[in-house]
Design a binder for this molecule. Structure first.
Ligand code: SF4
Length: 188
């Protein structure tokens, strides 16, 4: 650590280098504890990564339920989200997690719009293989602030790298977040 120049901390929660203004708002809300953990919808994925939290359970992942969203560990009907946002203390940010959102991405647009209207920072994780210009544009228009690509899931496929460039046209913050598995460190 002593050899890393300009090493900074985010309120002692993590170390980083570089421009403080570019520190991901999604990470900031999670690390500082004023964000709401997770929003879950789809229970499916088109890949089966060995490093996935759900590896070996893909056929048994429980659905969240028709018309329902799991928000911070509680299930809500989509129509009740407006009420939730009007009575609860709003989190600074939320994250769309749980398998692959692009399996049914059209379900996400209206919910992203609601949280965007409430001025809550939103980020989403994807493996990027099913993204298209049309769906990335729709996410940006709905108000998604940040999208993170798991490049390790597709073994750094060219198509996903192209999708990262397309995402940058429509979504403010685009990042790569990949687990450093032995396979990723030493490709065969
Ligand atoms: S792409 Fe993501 S959700 Fe799908 S299997 Fe891999 S790690 Fe799991």
């Amino acid at each position: 650590m002593a050899e890393i120049k300009n090493l900074k901390t985010l309120d002692n929660r993590t170390y980083y280098v570089g421009n403080e203004e570019k520190f991901s708002k999604g990470c900031r809300s999670c690390l500082l504890g004023d964000g709401l953990g997770a929003i879950r919808k789809t229970n499916k994925c088109n890949l089966e990564c060995k490093f996935c939290y759900n590896y070996g359970q893909f056929d048994y992942m429980p659905p969240v339920g028709e018309g329902l969203w799991e928000i911070g560990g509680t299930k809500f009907y989509e129509k009740d989200i407006d009420l939730l946002l009007s009575i609860q203390k709003k989190p600074s940010g939320i994250a769309y997690v749980y398998l692959e959102p692009f399996m049914e991405i059209e379900k996400y647009y209206p919910v992203i719009k609601k949280f965007n209207n409430a001025k809550i920072h939103q980020h989403m994780y994807t493996n990027g293989t099913l993204a298209t210009e049309e769906t990335l544009k729709a996410l940006g228009e709905a108000g998604l602030d940040e999208i993170r690509f798991n490049l390790g899931a597709s073994n750094c496929s060219d198509k996903v790298i192209e999708n990262i460039a397309i995402a940058k046209k429509y979504i403010k913050s685009v990042g790569i977040e990949t687990p450093m598995t032995p396979e990723f460190l030493k490709p065969s």
